[in-house]
Design a protein around this ligand. Structure first.
Ligand code: A3P
Length: 300
């Protein structure tokens, strides 16, 4: 039951086999024709892979570590979300993205095949950062996200079934990740993982800065890593979506205790997934990865 996962009617989009809210149908062509600028930086992820964390890191790297502005202005206003906004029906998110000054940092959860065509054709090539995360941690995180944002009242087991079937937007995580994994050698694409960020944020920040042709002093790197720590992001109102959650709560009239920046753990699924749900995801993952060279031990 699709409506069980999402509060909106969702439809299957071909050729990417993705699921999106029905009104998205009217935007597909416009997104495909979206004008990409060579100095853009694009952040593409499946939801809950650490998008916000990476987005804050990228924004700071692109904007000479302007911590003052980063604390003053909401991340969602500094870096547009191409295809969605919590006011999806009233705000033209693409217009916002079209009108902001360069260099832009654009976030998208769209699968590769639905992204703007110019991402692959514009010269010099635009830089794209793609973030992966362990599928079980994503399932649990996305379940909490649905409770937080969509008044979802199914169980985690129900959610796992929907997640595997592709009914959680924008479709299945494995199709999303594998499309980017298969082009990981493209010089304009940087593939990183949530797990690597947890293990070694300094190394990933340094690597990402190099990819963006930015250099950092030791002191700057230290400040950046402190700013990006879980504790400081959790209490930072410019990134923790408190304002948006407040609006959603008022509009939908419900109370939740959860926070957007929630646990931030690797392997946190172990505390929540039932053995059956865990086995279901493992079996499905083995099927999806059969015949691919995606390393099962990528997450350590
Ligand atoms: P959990 O729900 O497992 O805690 P996204 O931004 O793609 O929606 O991802 C959200 C996930 O990233 C959440 O995972 C959130 O807690 C985690 N996260 C956000 N900021 C983080 C940080 N600074 N360090 C570690 N995890 C972070």
């Amino acid at each position: 039951n699709l409506m069980h996962v999402s509060s909106q009617k969702i439809i299957k989009i071909n050729p990417s086999n993705s699921y999106m809210p029905a009104p998205f149908r009217d935007h597909i062509d416009r997104i495909r024709r979206f004008t990409v600028r060579p100095d853009d930086v694009w952040l593409v992820t499946y939801p809950k892979c650490g998008t916000t964390w990476t987005q804050e890191m990228l924004w700071l790297l692109i904007n000479n570590l302007d911590f003052e502005t980063a604390k003053k202005i909401q991340l969602i206003r500094r870096s547009p979300f191409l295809e969605f906004n919590e006011d999806f029906h009233s705000v033209d998110t693409m217009k916002i993205a079209e009108n902001i000054a360069s260099p832009r940092l654009i976030k998208s959860h769209l699968p590769l095949q639905l992204l703007p065509q110019q991402l692959w054709t514009v010269k010099p090539k635009v830089r794209i950062i793609y973030v992966t995360r362990d599928a079980k941690d994503v399932a649990v995180s996305y379940f909490h996200h649905h409770k937080l944002m969509c008044k979802y009242n199914g169980t985690l087991n129900d959610f796992v079934d929907a997640f595997i079937s592709g009914y959680a937007l924008p479709g299945t995580i494995w199709d999303h990740i594998l499309d980017f994994w298969n082009i990981r050698h493209e010089p304009n694409l940087l593939l990183i993982s949530y797990e690597e960020m947890k293990k070694a944020i300094r190394r990933i920040a340094t690597k990402t800065a190099q990819f963006l042709n930015r250099s950092l002093t030791e002191e700057q790197l230290k400040q950046l890593c402190e700013h990006l720590s879980f504790e400081s992001m959790k209490k930072n109102p410019a990134v923790n979506l408190e304002e948006q959650l407040q609006k959603i709560r008022e509009r939908q009239n419900f109370e939740v205790e959860e926070k957007f920046i929630r646990k931030g753990k690797v392997g946190g699924w172990k505390d929540e997934l039932s053995p059956e749900a865990s086995e279901k995801i493992d079996k499905w993952t083995r099927e999806k990865l059969r015949g691919t060279d995606y390393p099962c031990c990528r997450y350590g």
